[in-house]
Design a binder for this molecule. Structure first.
Ligand SMILES: Cc1cc2nc3c(=O)[nH]c(=O)nc-3n(C[C@H](O)[C@H](O)[C@H](O)COP(=O)(O)OP(=O)(O)OC[C@H]3O[C@@H](n4cnc5c(N)ncnc54)[C@H](O)[C@@H]3O)c2cc1C
Length: 368
């Protein structure tokens, strides 16, 4: 019997007794209708790279989305509109857009998973996120079974979140339409991320050749264990296990001066409650009383004394040896081992800094 351990990049999770695999959109729509009519509990899965599922046997109807197809819908003025079916491999799709000389997704090279799930947490990396290029999704709404087009403005796309992730929208993403820019001179979008700009030898805000940007992103990602590879045990993970917390500027300024922090605006987003601990330093306010700041979860973890490679005694779950933000399965870990280490990280960081980290992957049947 197939199990979640077979379908997820963390390689944990129990056997699935009700598994459905769909490779065409029409069979997916018909299959979902049938499952939904039966009233059974259900869930969707794409590449399984952002899912951590309990070790218990699952009776939930699992809808595995493996639909394929990319169409350039229209080319008009300065925009190329490209539609991809939900089961397309994300990185393969990115490579396809670049091969056509179209820019917009190059810094998102190497992110595992499917095109459909990219919407669920508004995937992002190296200064870009898909919210900047998504036009709309083709959506099968639950429980009505109606097939509708939803514009990007109604998807609640935010920092690693969306209306799908929060449960405001329920259903299946069937396909995603992106508006990208033709790049006649073969140059990328402006590079906004310091580390990527320096790897490319350009100033922040400058452009670089598309192929070079993709290679540099893949190399940076590999150095952090963030490209799936059978040779890299650090990639047996769900990517970043914790969200970068967003806190009030007042809380952020209480952290040591070396803590990385970014002003994200006056709108409170996922506000993280602080217990008020931490060393007070005399940093000037950058954004005023209502300002919110994003913190580095990786920095908070390391600052709390949890080192890269750390594992609890006897456990097969470990912090990645390349990146403090990833929890990895070193071989034969159970979901409970992953959850135990995650709980240890949350408690240790909360005790040291007063900040509670929230998990980034979708957890099914797992409590932290
Ligand atoms: C090594 C590694 C590096 C990563 N790096 C990044 C990164 O840089 N940036 C980033 O944002 N993410 C990153 N991730 C996380 C992950 O790759 C993304 O979240 C990806 O979009 C998940 O796609 P998936 O198809 O694997 O989704 P799954 O894990 O299969 O599913 C994730 C969630 O989406 C739901 N879902 C899946 N498909 C659909 C659909 N068609 N319709 C509705 N719901 C659906 C599932 O039910 C589940 O809740 C990384 C993960 C790994 C393992």
């Amino acid at each position: 019997m197939i199990s979640f351990a077979d379908l997820t990049t963390m390689r944990v999770g129990g056997p699935i007794s009700d598994y459905h695999h769909f490779s065409t959109t029409s069979s997916l729509v018909a299959g979902a209708h049938e499952i939904w009519r039966s009233g059974k509990a259900w869930m969707a899965i794409g590449g399984g790279s952002n899912l951590v599922v309990s070790d218990e046997p699952s009776e939930v109807a699992v809808i595995h989305i493996a639909t394929r197809g990319v169409t350039v819908k229209k080319a008009r003025g300065h925009t190329v509109t490209i539609h991809a079916e939900a089961g397309e491999d994300w990185d393969g799709f990115v490579a396809h857009t670049l091969a056509q000389g179209v820019r917009g997704l190059e810094t998102l090279s190497g992110i595992p998973g499917s095109v459909g799930a990219s919407i669920v947490q508004n995937v992002g990396a190296y200064g870009a996120e898909i919210a900047e290029t998504v036009v709309s999704i083709d959506f099968l709404e639950y429980p009505s079974g109606e097939r509708i087009t939803i514009p990007a403005t109604e998807l609640g796309l935010g920092l690693r979140t969306s209306a799908l992730k929060t449960g405001v929208l329920r259903g299946i993403v069937l396909g995603v339409t992106f508006a990208l820019e033709p790049s006649d001179e073969g140059l990328s979008i402006p590079i906004l991320y310091d580390q990527l700009a320096s790897a490319l030898g350009v100033e922040v805000g400058q452009r670089a050749p598309l192929a070079k940007v993709r290679s540099a992103v893949l190399a940076l990602r590999s150095s952090k264990g963030m490209v799936l590879s059978p040779e890299d045990p650090d990639s047996v993970s769900s990517g970043s296990f914790f969200l970068n917390p967003i806190v009030s500027e007042k809380v952020a300024l209480k952290l040591p001066a070396t803590a990385p922090r970014w002003l994200v605006g006056p709108e409170p987003q996922d506000v993280v409650v602080s217990l008020g601990a931490g060393e007070s330093v005399d940093l000037p306010s950058l954004g005023g009383e209502d300002a919110m700041m994003k913190l580095s979860a990786a920095w908070l973890i390391e600052h709390s004394g949890i080192t890269k490679g750390f594992s609890l005694p006897g456990s097969q779950a470990a912090i990645s040896s390349k990146h403090a933000l990833a929890i990895t399965n070193r071989g034969g870990a159970r979901c409970e081992d992953i959850a135990e280490l995650a709980r240890y990280v949350v408690t240790t960081v909360a005790n040291a800094t007063g900040i509670f980290l929230e998990p980034e992957p979708t957890l099914v049947g797992v409590e932290l």
